[in-house]
Ligand binder design. Structure first.
Ligand code: 13P
Length: 248
């Protein structure tokens, strides 16, 4: 339990990111925590500059599913790598919904990222309707198999799966530790069936959805997860520092 990922989403100008990081880094203790800050594209430079040598990875929140070419406004894997990005989020429910990203596009993005030496944070999770109609396992299987189609087992070393139930993102609601455990067991089962038992045990899985410094404690005992993906609670440096100290 030592992986922590912050998704800043569409928040903070470069100047605001700079001020945030100055506060955060002045009290951050890097030992024991594998921390990745997924910043907006426009803050990658300042993030890299200030976090250099501090044992913190810099991540992005999206990439193009194409390598290069006439794609106005898109950002390629090669551009991200050149901006010092170690990890990129794919399959986030906000992008699946608003930008209609399906499993095929997510699979292409994953392949582009891996080709450029960038690791993945693959978000999967069920909607409230899926949950209420007992389709959680089915949805997780479809999302994982679609996203990881055609990957070699050794490439999974560069993949972190984030179990983020859609109904828990930004709502203040969370599943119980038991519910997380059951969903994550399913994720590991799919990896075991499609790759190997070794891969299913070693792949890193984090939980995301309304995590804050008050509720994180109740999930620290979840043996099946390796850490957390934090959204709104990372935006306040003091709040996020509390989470870091609880998780490490
Ligand atoms: P919240 O922590 O704000 O619910 O967001 C979670 C998330 O979407 C992280 O990717």
């Amino acid at each position: 339990m030592n992986t922590l990922i912050a998704n800043f989403k569409m928040n903070m100008s470069p100047e605001e990111t700079k001020n945030y990081l100055i506060t955060f880094l002045s009290r951050y203790e890097s030992d024991k925590l594998d921390l990745t800050l997924c910043l907006p594209y426009t803050s990658l430079y300042v993030g890299n500059y200030l976090c250099k040598g501090k044992g913190i990875r810099i991540g992005a929140q999206n990439l193009s599913d194409e390598e290069t070419g006439r794609n106005t406004g898109e950002v390629s894997g090669n551009m991200l790598k050149g901006s010092g990005v170690d990890y990129v989020i794919v399959g986030h429910s906000e992008r699946r919904k608003k930008f209609k990203e399906d499993s095929k596009a997510i699979n292409r993005k994953i392949k582009v990222a891996l080709k450029n030496g960038i690791g993945l944070i693959l978000c999967v999770g069920e909607s409230l309707i899926d949950r209420n109609t007992l389709k959680t396992k089915e949805v997780l299987k479809e999302q994982i198999e679609g996203a990881l189609k055609g990957l070699y087992e050794n490439e999974l070393e560069r993949v972190i799966i984030a179990y983020e139930p859609i109904w828990a993102v930004g709502t203040g609601q969370t599943p119980s530790a038991k519910e997380i455990d059951s969903a994550v067991k399913e994720v590991r089962k799919v990896i075991s069936d499609d790759f190997s038992e070794v891969a299913s045990k070693s792949i890193r899985i984090v939980y995301g959805g309304s995590i804050d410094s008050k509720n994180v404690k109740q999930f620290l005992s979840c043996k099946n997860i390796d850490g957390f993906l934090v959204g709104h609670a990372c935006l306040d440096a003091n709040e996020f520092l509390k989470i870091c100290s609880l998780v490490r």
